[in-house]
Design a binder for this molecule. Structure first.
Ligand SMILES: Cc1cc2nc3c(=O)[nH]c(=O)nc-3n(C[C@H](O)[C@H](O)[C@H](O)COP(=O)(O)O)c2cc1C
Length: 324
């Protein structure tokens, strides 16, 4: 019987499947069901910086006193935080799997105090979902990268629980950014976030949202970066986006991920997907005679395969030249 146990963020997980930060994890009832369905850990829905600020600006619209702004901001933060810390406390009482809290930050605000509160509420770790959208033509890439590094440095200096950082792919040099996040205190990375994607309704000339849920084909470019970053840096990786099947999960582990996160597939097919994916990993390991995940993790990463350039551009040239 192969063992699916794994370690992530210094936590012992009974298997490598983590339910991603989303509405799937925003209530104790749902978390209890996800544990029953076999999840190795869950990441709570994020506390959003914009959410807190929007709540406050709604309140401010009905308030004529500018000096009330600070008070209202503090009130909105406190209220969101209270609900969130209560969710952590109750979830910790009801389930045994690790509970990872999540903060969505777009600026280097005072996240340290929040992080301390989440730690005190009993969170096993914190995922920082950072995404400052670069909109200023006068600011360099290095400036935007420094926002990530500062947030991570400031938060990790204040708390003792592990911190993982969830990022997107839009960096000039992802391997450098991954390594620097590690150097600034991140214990792991979640690669990658899948952001809201805009679309345009050409009849009504309105901005709309593209498909919210991913599909399996979304995992391939992530596979490359998991394979390269896991080989070239020491920071553990949790793979996210486009993992819909047992095959997808095995591929990410072979590429070097320590864990895999599921979201869209659970929204689409329900909690039963977790057991289906676990069954697949188990049978595949038996077929390949692997006794535990360590025996094959990273076996197909950038440094472990004979021809690492297969992960690079040369492969594209071969690929496209074969199409007339
Ligand atoms: C409805 C929905 C809500 C989400 N909410 C959050 C969130 O609060 N915080 C976060 O970091 N990611 C959030 N995500 C992104 C997911 O955690 C995940 O990274 C993304 O959906 C890609 O994974 P998937 O391909 O398995 O869906 C959300 C995704 C969906 C579909």
């Amino acid at each position: 019987m192969p063992s699916l146990e794994t370690e992530y963020l210094g936590l012992k997980l009974k298997n490598p499947i983590i339910v991603s930060s989303s509405g799937l994890t925003n209530s104790v009832e749902r978390i209890v069901e996800l544990e029953k369905a076999g999840a190795g850990a869950v990441i709570l829905k994020s506390m959003f910086e914009e959410q807190i600020l929007n709540e406050t600006s709604d309140l401010l619209q009905h308030n004529d006193y500018p000096e009330a702004a600070d008070y209202l901001l503090a009130y909105a933060r406190e209220n969101s935080l209270k609900t969130y810390t209560q969710l952590i406390k109750t979830a910790k009482e009801k389930v045994r799997i690790p509970i990872i809290a999540s903060i969505n930050c777009v600026s280097d605000s005072d996240w340290e105090t929040f992080a301390v509160d989440l730690q005190e509420a009993g969170a096993d770790a914190i995922e920082l979902n950072i995404y400052p959208i670069p909109t200023d033509k006068n600011k360099s890439s290095a400036y935007y990268e420094s926002i990530y590094f500062d947030i991570v440095k400031n938060i990790t200096a204040k708390i003792g629980i592990p911190v993982t950082v969830k990022i997107g792919k839009t960096f000039a040099n992802l391997i450098y950014v991954a390594d620097q996040l590690h150097a600034h205190g991140a214990d792991a990375l979640t690669l990658f976030n899948r952001f809201f994607e805009p679309d345009i309704d050409i009849d009504d000339l309105k901005l709309t949202s593209a498909e919210i849920f991913s599909s399996s084909s979304d995992m391939h470019s992530n596979l490359r970066w998991v394979a390269m970053i896991s080989a070239k840096t020491d920071i553990p990786i949790s793979a996210s986006t486009g993992i819909h099947t047992g095959e997808d999960a095995v591929k990410m582990l072979l590429a070097g991920a320590t864990t895999v996160q599921l979201c869209s597939v659970i929204y689409k097919n329900g909690n039963k997907t977790i057991a289906e994916i676990l069954d697949f990993i188990d049978s595949w390991m038996k077929k390949k005679n692997f006794k535990n995940i360590e025996q094959f993790r990273g076996k197909m990463n950038y440094e472990s395969i004979k021809n690492p350039s297969a992960y690079e551009r040369s492969q594209f040239m071969k690929y496209f030249s074969s199409i007339e």
